[in-house]
Design a protein around this ligand. Sequence first.
Ligand SMILES: NC(=O)c1ccc[n+]([C@@H]2O[C@H](COP(=O)([O-])OP(=O)(O)OC[C@H]3O[C@@H](n4cnc5c(N)ncnc54)[C@H](O)[C@@H]3O)[C@@H](O)[C@H]2O)c1
Length: 265
Amino acid sequence: MKVELQGKVALVTGAARGIGKAIANKLAQNGATVIFADINHPLVQQTAGQADQQFESNCQPLQMDVRDPEQVEQGIQHILTDFGHLDILINNAGINTLAHRVNIDQFPLAEWQQILDVDLTGLFTVSQYASRPMIAQQQGRIVNIASVAGLVPLRLQCAFTAAKAGVVNLTKAMAIELGSNGVLVNGVAPGSVLTEGTRKLFYSDDAKFRQSMQSLLDHIPLGRPAETEEIAHAVLFLVAPESSYINGHVLVVDGGWTAGYLREF
Ligand SMILES: NC(=O)c1ccc[n+]([C@@H]2O[C@H](COP(=O)([O-])OP(=O)(O)OC[C@H]3O[C@@H](n4cnc5c(N)ncnc54)[C@H](O)[C@@H]3O)[C@@H](O)[C@H]2O)c1
């Protein structure tokens, strides 16, 4: 898919690796100036540096912890000083529990708070600071990366499931608040995606969660996880100038997992 994003300035959070990296690269490949933001500064410098060499677009790294309002405000101010405008925000930064795949009665409060802080409050914070210049410009696009877990709850991941359900409804609330200012807000809800992280945890032969992942794969009509590029294409579609009447939509990209039951009765 080819989209015209020349002249647009995009900010992607959690862009050092995984889905965020694929999204940031895809926007750069289609002509946008892209700010690769991440808490992991050395890695995001490397990722943005590679993209800057690979694509004709300007790709810049930015150290940003989405939990830190001061850093978020300064980062966005920096973008506005350097480029004059901010047109696209992709709220991708997110974490999940690995240590505690347990029911709610055992789930540590501290981990609940960490996940909510990044996945929901962090997304709120970046959206708050990014939406202000977009309202002033009377144009902008925001895409929030949710999860199928925000639509169909999963066991043993209560914090992630709750945070992503929050992202789904916050996306719609933002859409109805910001739409009259020309700022369109949508979401993408990925199913299982093959990243450096999930490859190690789920998809390698000695992976810790290999067995549970096999049972998940058995219920995906396409029988495989998504590639990061397949999520990036959905985001690209939503930020395309042609997608000018799509607002408040959450696009599920899950190979059909949430479409219905694959089980026989
Ligand atoms: N991988 C999947 O199967 C899958 C499925 C559904 C949804 N998602 C969602 O997609 C998004 C990306 O997931 P991924 O699998 O690529 O994750 P990942 O762990 O590979 O990458 C996440 C990136 O976010 C950064 N990050 C973490 N905390 C941050 C913070 N406080 N501030 C800024 N950056 C921070 C990390 O440094 C990392 O570079 C997340 O929101 C995740 O919930 C992933």
